[in-house]
Design a binder for this molecule. Structure first.
Ligand code: GLY
Length: 377
C-alpha cells in the first residue's frame, strides 16, 4: 500500500463525512439581545497521531501503524477499531521491544502487558494490566470495553477473560532478543544490593539505564509503549495505549498505560492525550486528564502538554530521579489532539512522534521541555 493516502479516496471520504452541522454564534449579539444561532457546516481534517514507533514498525507488511489506522479511519471504520488495528502492527512485530510480543519482560523474565482504550463518541473505556500470554493486549482492552461493565481487568483475571473471549494464550511472549537482553540485565545487577530494597531498586534502574547508554536498548523503549489517537472526518475521537511497560519492572507493577487519565484520556468533545515514557511520573500527575482539561479551558494542544510537563518536573523532587544538574533522568512524551484536528507531540527531552494526515505518514519533532538530555551522572 502506498504511504501517501490516495487523494481521490480522501476527498470522497472527507466530503461524505462532513460533520453534522454545529450551532454557534456567528455574529455579535446586538446589545441586550441574544446572538442569532446560525447553522455552520464544519469539516474536521482527519489525523492519527502516535508515538514514533507508530511510524517505524510494519510487522513484515508495507505500511506503518499510523498509516494503517488512518487508511481504515477515512475508509469509514470505527475510529477505535482503526487505531487498534494500527497499534496491533507494533504489538505483533517482534522488533518492537516496547510493546506486545517481544516486549521487554519484568524482573523475572516474564512479559506482562498493559493497555487501555477510550471511545469518545460512545463514552466507553476498557483496559487490562499485567496481562500475560496475549500478544495484542489492546484488543483485550477493547473487549473489556465492549463486553463488560468494568474498565480494568488485571493479571490472571484478565488472562481468563481473554481466554473466554477466544484469544489464544501463549506460554511465553519473549523473543530471543527480549530474553537475551533480560539475561544481560540480570548479569549486571549487583547481588549485594539485594540487601537494601532502596539500593536494590536504584541498582536495577541504573543497570537498565546503563544498557540504554551502551546502546542495547533505545532510550524511548526502556519505558516502552505505543499510544495512538485519532479524529475522523466526522470529528469522532478515540485513543489507545498499549505497552510491555518498564523493562525489568517488579512483577505485578502496573504503569500508566492502562490507567484512564494517566496513559490515555479521551473526551469526545474536547480531544485526546496519551503518553509514553516513565509511567510513575505520569501516574502521580494524571497528566493525560490534565492535558484534556487544559484544552477544555482553551489551551492549544502544545501549550496544554507543556503545562503538564512543567507540573511533572515540579513534582519530581527525589534525588534518585534527578541528574546532578537538576533535570529529570527520565523521558516522558505526550501525543495530543483536539476536536478541531489540531495536534502536537511534547516531551521532556527531544524525540519524535508519528502523524498520518492526507499527506501520508511522517515523523515530526516533539516540542521539548529541555533542549538536551543531561550528561549522565
Ligand atoms: N509508560 C509505560 C510504562 O511506564 O509502563
Amino acid at each position: 500500500m502506498p504511504n501517501r493516502v490516495n487523494r481521490r479516496e480522501f476527498v470522497l471520504s472527507g466530503a461524505a463525512a462532513v460533520v453534522a452541522a454545529t450551532v454557534h454564534p456567528a455574529a455579535q449579539a446586538p446589545s441586550g439581545g441574544q446572538a442569532p444561532a446560525v447553522m455552520v457546516r464544519k469539516t474536521v481534517k482527519p489525523v492519527v497521531i502516535a508515538s514514533n514507533n507508530g511510524n517505524i514498525y510494519k510487522n513484515g507488511g508495507d505500511v506503518t501503524g499510523v498509516a494503517k489506522a488512518f487508511n481504515l479511519m477515512i475508509g469509514g471504520s470505527d475510529v477505535l477499531d482503526a487505531l487498534v488495528a494500527g497499534v496491533n502492527l507494533c504489538e505483533l512485530d517482534p522488533l518492537d521491544t516496547s510493546v506486545g510480543f517481544g516486549g521487554l519482560p519484568n524482573a523475572d523474565g516474564v512479559v506482562q502487558l498493559d493497555s487501555s482504550c477510550m471511545h469518545g463518541p460512545k463514552k466507553r473505556a476498557g483496559g487490562v494490566a499485567c496481562l500475560e500470554g496475549v500478544k495484542t493486549p489492546s484488543l483485550v482492552a477493547k473487549a473489556v470495553m465492549e463486553n463488560t461493565d468494568h474498565h480494568l481487568l488485571v493479571g490472571r483475571g484478565a488472562q481468563e477473560f481473554a481466554r473466554n473471549m477466544g484469544f489464544p494464550i501463549e506460554t511465553d511472549l519473549n523473543t530471543e532478543r527480549s530474553r537475551t537482553l533480560w539475561l544481560e540485565w540480570k548479569r549486571r545487577v549487583d547481588p549485594d544490593h539485594y540487601l537494601d530494597p532502596i539500593k536494590r531498586s536504584a541498582a536495577c534502574y541504573d543497570a537498565g539505564l546503563q544498557m540504554v547508554r551502551d546502546g542495547l536498548i533505545e532510550f524511548d523503549h526502556f519505558w516502552g509503549t505505543i499510544n495512538c489517537d485519532g479524529i475522523s472526518p466526522k470529528g469522532e475521537i478515540c485513543g489507545v495505549t498499549t505497552t510491555s511497560g518498564l523493562a525489568w519492572k517488579i512483577p505485578g507493577r502496573i504503569g500508566d498505560s492502562p490507567v484512564l487519565g494517566a496513559g490515555l484520556y479521551v473526551d469526545g468533545d474536547i480531544g485526546a492525550a496519551g503518553s509514553t515514557g516513565r509511567g510513575e511520573a505520569n501516574l502521580y500527575n494524571l497528566s493525560s486528564f490534565l492535558i484534556v482539561e487544559n484544552m477544555r479551558r482553551g489551551m492549544a494542544p502544545k501549550d496544554a502538554g507543556m503545562e503538564a510537563l512543567k507540573r511533572i518536573r515540579a513534582n519530581t523532587i527525589e534525588q534518585r530521579l534527578l541528574a546532578k544538574t537538576g533535570e529529570p533522568k527520565f523521558q516522558l512524551q505526550f501525543y495530543i489532539l483536539n476536536a478541531k484536528g489540531e495536534f502536537a507531540g511534547v516531551s521532556i527531552y527531544p524525540s519524535k512522534y508519528a502523524v498520518c494526515t492526507e499527506q501520508g505518514p511522517q515523523s515530526l519533532d516533539c516540542e521539548p521541555l529541555y533542549p538536551n538530555r543531561p550528561a549522565q551522572d
